[in-house]
Design a protein around this ligand. Structure first.
Ligand code: F3S
Length: 66
């Protein structure tokens, strides 16, 4: 599983970082979210599968892999 943030959409509200600090951080350079992991560890996949729902501008994209 991979998670991407569409930086063109992200408004830097910080909700993803507040709710899922293991998965997201804020890029100091542009104030937008970035993902902590390139590939989500197995133990965080549950959070990973939920997190895209909370973004108010749908900037979080989940890519499920086999
Ligand atoms: Fe950006 Fe959405 Fe997070 S707007 S800061 S990706 S909740």
């Amino acid at each position: 599983m991979k998670i991407c943030v569409d930086k063109g959409l992200c408004i830097g509200c910080g909700l993803c970082v507040n709710l899922y600090p293991n998965l997201f951080s804020i890029d100091e350079k542009n104030g937008k979210a970035e993902t902590v992991y390139k590939n989500i560890p197995k133990n965080l996949e549950h959070d990973g599968s939920q997190c895209s729902d909370i973004c108010p501008v749908d900037a979080i994209i989940i890519v499920n892999e086999r």
